[in-house]
Design a protein around this ligand. Structure first.
Ligand code: GSH
Length: 230
């Protein structure tokens, strides 16, 4: 069994995607978090794009780009998370290719610097949600993208659907309620233990801190933590 090291920024959704697949496959791995603003030399030496995630194999080879990492894991370690049928597999891959566009709508809203930019980004959320809703209608019953079987599509969308809920709790957006299949799917993903690299409340606090640090427009709506009454 190879030795796996996953190099991470704690709140990176692309790292989370790789970590989810490692957990779904019950692969033991070292999870090493580094700071975005202080990337160590050893990391710069093993990461071709200087980005996370990097999956280091046996301290010998670096895999990078979350989609390449999870495809590699799926080809090498059971259980298979891609459907066996080539047509279904192609459709799954097409939907994971849509993740960067989808993620832009959600993370773009969270990180928008002004009210105008926020409004523009939020307009894109129902567009992306509607596409997924229609795909889920075609896929049939849930709870996951392929029905009962968990797949790489689930692992790819879980981090972004989780962040939608986080953002919605900072500033209510009220979008997902209009897409019942997507909402049920998102709830199933958030309820799945493999989605979580950290305890959920701790991770939501990190997300909020990230909005504050970036001085995003929406961060003004984050409530100060309540101090217990003496
Ligand atoms: N397409 C890449 C995206 C990875 C990515 O954007 N990682 C961010 C952190 S979430 C990063 O390392 N950013 C640092 C940089 O851009 O220099 C993937 O799927 O792995």
């Amino acid at each position: 069994m190879a030795k796996y090291l996953l190099v991470s920024f704690k709140t990176c959704p692309w790292v989370q995607r790789a970590a989810i697949v490692l957990r779904e496959k019950k692969i033991e791995f070292e999870f090493r978090h580094i700071e975005p603003d202080n990337r160590p030399d050893w990391f710069l030496a093993i990461s071709p794009h200087k980005k996370v995630p990097v999956l280091r194999l046996d301290d010998r080879v670096s895999l990078f780009e979350s989609s390449a990492i999870v495809e590699f894991l799926d080809e090498t370690i059971a259980p298979r998370l891609h459907p066996a049928d080539p047509v279904a597999r192609a459709i799954n891959r097409a939907w994971t290719d849509y993740v960067p566009t989808f993620s832009q709508a959600v993370t773009g809203s969270g990180y928008a610097a002004t009210e105008v930019d926020f409004a523009k980004a939020v307009e894109q959320i129902p567009v992306a949600f509607d596409r997924l809703e229609k795909a889920l209608e075609k896929q049939g019953a849930g709870p996951f993208f392929n029905g009962a079987a968990y797949s790489l599509v689930d692992a790819a969308y879980a981090p972004f659907l989780q962040r939608y809920f986080y953002l919605d709790r900072v500033k209510p957006l009220g979008v997902i309620e209009k897409f019942p299949r997507l909402k049920a799917w998102a709830e199933a993903l958030v309820a799945r233990p493999s989605t979580h690299s950290f305890p959920p409340a701790e991770f939501e606090a990190m997300y909020r801190e990230g909005l504050r640090r970036r001085k995003s427009w929406v961060s003004q709506f984050i409530e100060a933590p309540r101090v217990a009454a003496e």
